[in-house]
Design a protein around this ligand. Sequence first.
Ligand code: BTN
Length: 264
Amino acid sequence: MTEGLTVEAIRQGLATTVVGRGLEVHAEIDSTNTRAVVLAREGAPDGTVVVAEAQTAGRGRLGRRWYAPAGSALLLSILLRPNVAPLQAQRLTMIVSLAAVEAIGEVSGLPAEVKWPNDILLRGKKLGGMLTELSVRGDRLDYVVVGLGLNVNLDLSALPEVSTPATSLLAELGQPVSRVVLLRALLRRVDDYYARVRVGWSPHEAWRERLATLGQPVTVGTPEEVIEGQAEDVDADGALLVRLPDGSLRRVLVGDVTLRGHTV
Ligand code: BTN
């Protein structure tokens, strides 16, 4: 394990206005997302962040588990309560992925990218993932919890057999990265972007620039079917636009993508 994460260490020099106002750090918890949802229901403030060194029941998308050996990763969930329509919820996931790739670039110099919809890729392998959970009240979002897991100082041999090739900053850089420094850089960026989203800015163009998926031949698994085509674009709601072999365009809002010719 590298340096431990503590509330004091994270707060040191963290000049954010909303994100991190409430901050919990757990040595071990079932899932930071589960905890953040409980806090949301109890009325915790906008910007509350839950961090853990280890999770006993870390959750991934589509009912999958999320594994990370204690002290090797950044495991966090951010509770946001913007006064916006439910259709804009994807903007919150977009800003966390943007903040993640930018913070990784700043702290390690490594060129992370976003894989639609919610993965962080590095050199074609999975470096991290996001799980967003939300609740709606009337015609507004009540809360959004964006959970992020990033393999920072993970020794890849410690991972269980997984079908998706994974990597870590340690594996790519050949040296450990300070998780506290990375976390502060991440939270600062989320805070900046979140201020803009609250006044109506859409991160769609900036997010699109960071997508590894566009222009690639893809296989897309949706809850209804599996389709193959060319990932052409994303729209403002974050949906993937796939050009099918018959020339038609399919809009996919929920799904999982494999870049064909790659294993991720
Ligand atoms: C995925 O790629 O399937 C999404 C993984 C999301 C994992 C993070 S780790 C912190 C937060 N707490 C959870 O239980 N899940 C998310």
